[in-house]
Design a binder for this molecule. Sequence first.
Ligand code: GUN
Length: 652
Amino acid sequence: MFQIKARDGLGKIGKLEINGKTIETPTIMPVIHPDPDKQLVPMETVKKLADVVITNSYIIYSKPELREIAEKKGVHKLIGFDKVVVTDSGSFQLSVYGSIDVKPLEIVEFQEKIGVDVGTILDIPTPPYADRERAEKEMEETIRRGRESLELKRENNYKMLLNGTIQGSTYMDLRRRCAEIMGSMNFDIYPIGAVVPLLEKYDYKTLVDVILNSKMGLPTNKPVHLFGCGHPTLFAISVLLGCDLFDSAAYALYAKDDRYLTENGTYYLEDLKDLKQFPCSCPVCSEYSPREVYNMDKKEKEKVLAEHNLYVTFEEMSRVKEAIREGALWELVELRCRSHPRLLEAYRQALKYVEFIEKFDPVTKKSGFFYSGYESLFRPEVIRHKERIHRIRFEKIYITTVSKDVEKPYSENLKILPSDVDILVKDDVFGLIPLNIDLIYPLLQSEVPELYDIEKSHNKKFVKEFIERYKDRIMDIVTYNYYISYYNSKENKKKINSDIIKIDRMLQYQYGFKILDEEVIKRIIVRRSKRTGWIRNVLIVKDGEKKVLFTLRSYDNFLIPTAEGAKLLHSKIPYPKYRVVVDRSVERFAREGRSVYAKFVVDCDRDLRPYEEVLVVNEDDELLGYGTTILNGRELMEFNYGVAVDMRGGIS
Ligand code: GUN
């Protein structure tokens, strides 16, 4: 019962339904000590911040006084929290002490018995860099326990959801295999296990490998929990890589050590004590000065620090969520990764997986692409452009540069004579930008500082390969800085409307096929706004009437179809491209323009990316409606809950 509401990278804002309670992800689960006397932060504060907490069922199980209350009144009453309660199984104790005093199925049964909302199997956390034989054996054992735990849950109709932890140490093929096998077994949530030692050693690069290899094997329709990760500096990158749930003992553990968390790192209170104010304005930091906290007795100090640590933890998660909504999560990650070289190293490692990540990264974002350093050259927005530029059927190409003082969009700010030649401008970030499409996200919606030579030279190879590929089509033409003059080819005697050429190229770039043929072009009208002078609508003359086909959306200049536009796309784009195929049973709803639910998707274009404009059809490829897909091709097939396509309209 997990659905995606907004997204960026592999990150998403999700809604997860657990036993009739809904939580929004990504979120952080404070680790709560099951013994209320040992709980550092007052439950009132925890309740204010958290919708879900995690506690340890093994501690409850092994302490008679806690166990008695939990068995009688349930875990919610025991810890005094009535929202979602997740429990761990004792695996962590197993990894610390080598053995524990409970059987794998017994602890699963116990978690259901005490009314836990989400329980965890007794997986075996194999530490990083264990020898391979051990890693493989323990992973097999984790899978075996997982299978038996699920059977137990099924046979006894457990209400509780179950966590199926991914293990495999630092062997990436084992992580992928474990994820594939556990992923096929229908757990409710997939934690990635045994990463705490990596966190302790700042080995974030390996953490990235572990997360991404697990993600590659896991189904897309289940949330992922990064077990033991609670430091706010890691939230942005971990969410970007597809983690939805986090647990934090860090807020309390660091407090016990007199340490003060921030989203950019940790400070010792000792080092802050001479500041007039804390660098934070949470209720705790607003109330006390660093000196006052420093002078408190040990217990009081721990409590105050733990409370602050919990506030910043939630504050950072809010920031991450806001960045997802805006489409600025990559920017936030680039910012955070500047706070520690090991984080930067991790980000660079993540970009090695850009081809995988790109499949999930939205094709359009509300917020522009901000260049923040060499790494930005490898982001999915850039990689995608370099792929999609080949969607345009260029016939004659002219490659040029534009002087620095010309502002974007070049196509509007340069004087360009209409022609059938496509002018491509060399670009330090995107390689080559065809002027006919330079309004489209992210080409216009990007901010780039002047680059260093090493950054500038990055695209040389791309341009060289492009020229090699299209060498028989590249024309030699005269240019000036502000004025590009070139010859219309001799055979091109017809009057050329450069706006129609633009629309033709933009449609090819957005949809991958030639949409405007000779017949259609004769009847096309491109309208510019009287106020701004910018292209706004594309119309067609049909039976003496003008009908709107597409509107250019203001924030990204994507061509958004009307019903008439959708029909044109449908007639020009071959099946199954840009299609989402729905079951007969919902045909009527789709024709009325009502949302398409993932459950009723029977097929689709597997290459779809999130937020593309799609055609909704039935199994005979009859057009039923059109809208924006929330999910990519793989997710459309795997999700069976929540909205898949946000419909713009139906075709009756
Ligand atoms: N807490 C931190 N790491 C782990 C893990 O690998 N498994 C479980 N069950 N709990 C954890």
